[in-house]
Each structure stands twice: as C-alpha cells, then as structure tokens.
Design a binder for this molecule. Structure first.
Ligand code: G1P
Length: 294
C-alpha cells in the first residue's frame, strides 16, 4: 500500500514581478480571487485531499502569509461582539490547526527546484504533495484529491497535467505520455519550457505534484536548467529512471493566476459562481455595455 500523503509544500518565495506594483510590498500569493487570497485556495485544496501539515517556503516580504494563517484575537473579539458569527466561523475554519504549519525561507531566488529542496528537513523521508499557488483549479473534487485517488492505486510520483494550445506550450513544463487511461497513465519523459517544436506533447505540468522524498537528494546536485534556474522538472526526469511517474489529466478548470489575464478571468468566474455575488455582479456587468467593449 502506498504511504499516506500528510504533508504539502507551498513554494511562495517568488518575487511576483508580473504583478508589480501590486506585489511591491505584498506577496503575490495574497492577491485575492473575489475575497480569498490565492494561497488560501491552495491550502483548502490540500486539506480536502487529507493533508494535515502545511509547509510554506517563503522569502522576503512574505511574513503576511504567516499572519494570514495565524489567529487574530483582536479581529475575532470584534467580530464576536458585533454578532458577525458566520464570518468568525469562516475565519476559524480556514485555519490549519495549531502546530500544523511550518515556514522556511528560500534565501536566494534560484528556481522552483531549489525552493522545494529548502523544505527537505521539514518534509523528511515521506511522500509529499506540492502545490504551486499561482495555479488555481475549480474542480469537484479538487485536483489534489483526484490525484490522491490515483496515487492510492499507483503509488510512486503523480503529476497533474492538462492540454494547452500550442502557442502556450513553451511557458510550462511538458510531459511525454505513455500508456494508460487519462486518470492514471505513465509519464515517459518531461522537459521544462521547451521550444514549441521540441515539445513532446501539448500536455503541460499543471502545478500539482505528489512526490517521493528521493527527489530531495537529486535536487541537491541539480545543475541549473531552463532560465538559469534549478528546475524541479529536470530532477523529476532523473527520478523517472528509478521510480514510476503517473500523469493525471484532471477534471476541472484551471486559471494561471501568475498571468494577469488568468487572474482576472478567475475573478470573473469565481464571482459569477457565488450565489451571494452573482446577481449584483451581473447587474453591474450589464450596465457596462460589454458588447461595445468586446
Ligand atoms: C513551474 C514549473 C512548470 C509548470 C508551471 C505550472 O513553472 O517549473 O513545469 O508547468 O510551474 O505553473 P513557472 O510557472 O514557475 O515558470
């Protein structure tokens, strides 16, 4: 039987240069889709999949993420005294339980592979989930839960993938597909940010992984790859010679909130899907004469 995945790693050290000036003093993971920060969606998704310990690999300017996952007694007392009990309950529900968060710093921006490696001592010798909070998924169940369902059958390493148009392929890690069904096929190769003509498929790595701890020793010696950064994809490609990698073409919709258009689209879709916001939001949208603007 495969060992249970109880720990998830969230790399949140990126500089967020694509969202300046919004991210000059505020981490990009705290940008909100409607009224929840991106990092909260990723934590919710992990919790739904059975994760109990949340490891954040942070950098400068990120202490607000630590505050976000802490109790705020002044706020809680105020909400209570004003009778806003629903809001209070929701805040408490969002919090991981005491002792179940860890924070470590990536001291230099050397790439995703290096960020993951920084979590090695906290994760230890166990399989773990890795969630890139830029990628937001709307799915029932969530993408990580779908992956865990596959992992329970296959063990090893599991990577969520999705199809993208050819023009977007070179912005991502891309996999080569072997045999098996959409919900659990063998991955036979992967390459980080290939040229369009060199890409092995149009299936990209979507930012959700279940990894075995052997990845850490490979990351320790991983030479720099695409963009001069230490790439997780390169270390996974090496690990693939020794361990199984399974691809899961997940069901649901993804929003790349690392890009402005993905982020804005997510806000529109999440707002329209909220019963408390939809009617008023639609009313305002209709006033905009969108036909003229589109
Ligand atoms: C990272 C990964 C890449 C993956 C992408 C998903 O790239 O290296 O393989 O496809 O996340 O968002 P980054 O977005 O950090 O350039």
């Amino acid at each position: 039987m495969s060992q249970r995945v109880r720990t998830a790693v969230f790399p949140v050290a990126g500089l967020g240069t694509r969202f300046l000036p919004a991210t000059k003093a505020m981490p990009k993971e705290m940008l909100t889709v409607v009224d929840r920060p991106l990092i909260q969606y990723a934590v919710d998704e992990a919790r739904e999949a059975g994760v109990e310990h949340f490891v954040f690999v942070t950098g400068r300017n990120k202490s607000v993420i630590e505050d976000h996952f802490d109790r705020q007694f002044e706020l809680e007392t105020t909400l209570e005294s004003r009778g806003k009990l629903e809001a209070l309950k929701e805040l408490q529900r969002d919090l991981p339980s005491a002792g179940h968060t860890s924070f470590t710093r990536q001291q230099e921006p050397l790439g995703l592979g290096h960020a993951v490696w920084c979590a090695r001592d906290i994760v230890g010798d166990k399989p773990f989930a890795l969630l890139l909070p830029d990628m937001l998924f709307k799915g029932e169940p969530g993408v990580l839960k779908q992956m865990i369902d596959t992992y329970e059958e296959t063990g090893g390493n599991v990577v969520a993938v999705e199809e993208v148009p050819e023009s977007e392929i070179s912005s991502y890690g891309v996999i080569a597909r072997g045999g098996g069904p959409d919900r659990g096929f063998e991955i036979t190769g992967m390459v980080e940010k290939p040229k369009r003509e060199d890409a092995p498929s149009n299936l990209i790595i979507s930012g959700r992984y279940i990894l075995q701890p052997e990845i850490f020793s490979l990351l320790a010696d991983q030479p720099r790859g695409a963009g001069g950064e230490i790439q997780l994809t390169d270390a996974m490609q090496t690990l693939m010679t020794r361990q199984r990698f399974t691809g899961v073409k997940y069901q649901g919709q993804s929003f790349d909130c690392g890009s402005k258009t993905g982020f804005l689209t997510a806000n529109v879709v999440y707002a329209l899907d909220r019963d408390d916001i939809r009617p008023g939001f639609l009313r305002e949208l209709r006033k905009l004469d969108l036909e003229d603007r589109l």
